[in-house]
Ligand binder design. Structure first.
Ligand SMILES: Cc1cc2nc3c(=O)[nH]c(=O)nc-3n(C[C@H](O)[C@H](O)[C@H](O)COP(=O)(O)O)c2cc1C
Length: 198
């Protein structure tokens, strides 16, 4: 199967409801929110880490939160590319979503700053206090540096949204034989959907 599905520019992409349904089926499983996210490091080598998926952005972007002082943010350049990989073991489904990453910290544009503020408020007290810890990845600081005050109401500048706008998406399901593998590729404001060999 291969087809082009024209989409209005501001519509959710066609794979969004499919991933949304897979996530909804795992709503009771907190581990289903953990995603492996790859990017290039400062030496242009692949670097991958676990991140907690927070929600979809208005155009189907994957929204995470992070610390702008971390290595993954420092290494991102203007056209920083990232790829997220999810696996739902019980359903035997893998998702891969690749595209541009944007980081919105203290100077977040207006259309992201409300979401940034609301994700800060939604965080637990403990999670917000972690943003008072010394910069991640640096030489271990003395214990006293990890003693934190109650978190502020407004997020510190280094609390940031890490937004992956996928341009290439793929779902692989191992349940059937042969396996089912479908890919979506963005072409301007349209998406081409193609079934490919597993
Ligand atoms: C289950 C789990 C969830 C995590 N969630 C996040 C997250 O949402 N955001 C984040 O920046 N780091 C998260 N981390 C920490 C990262 O995996 C990583 O250690 C940290 O961000 C530093 O990565 P970097 O050096 O590549 O920047 C999580 C780690 C684990 C084990």
């Amino acid at each position: 199967m291969s087809s082009i599905a024209p989409q209005p520019a501001d519509a959710a992409p066609p794979w969004r409801h499919v991933l949304g349904a897979d996530l909804a089926a795992h709503a009771q499983d907190p581990a289903a929110m953990f995603v492996q996210v790859a990017s290039l490091d400062a030496e242009h080598r692949p670097s991958v880490r676990s991140m907690s998926f927070r929600r979809f952005g208005p155009n189907g972007e994957l929204v995470f939160v992070t610390d702008t002082r971390s290595a993954k943010v420092a290494a991102l350049n203007a056209d920083g590319w990232g790829e997220a990989c999810w696996y739902f073991p019980d359903a035997r489904v893998q998702w891969r979503l690749a595209g541009q990453v944007a980081v919105h910290g203290g100077a977040a544009p207006a259309d992201w700053s409300a979401l940034r503020a609301s994700l800060w408020r939604a965080g637990s007290d403990e999670a917000r206090r972690r943003f008072q810890w010394p910069a991640p990845g640096q030489l271990r600081a003395p214990a006293a540096a990890f003693v934190t005050a109650p978190p502020p109401l407004v997020p510190p500048a280094h609390f940031a949204l890490f937004v992956l706008a996928a341009q290439r998406v793929e779902r692989l399901c191992l349940r059937s034989s042969p396996h089912a593998r479908r890919s979506w590729a963005q072409a301007g404001t349209s998406w081409a959907v193609t079934d490919v060999n597993p």
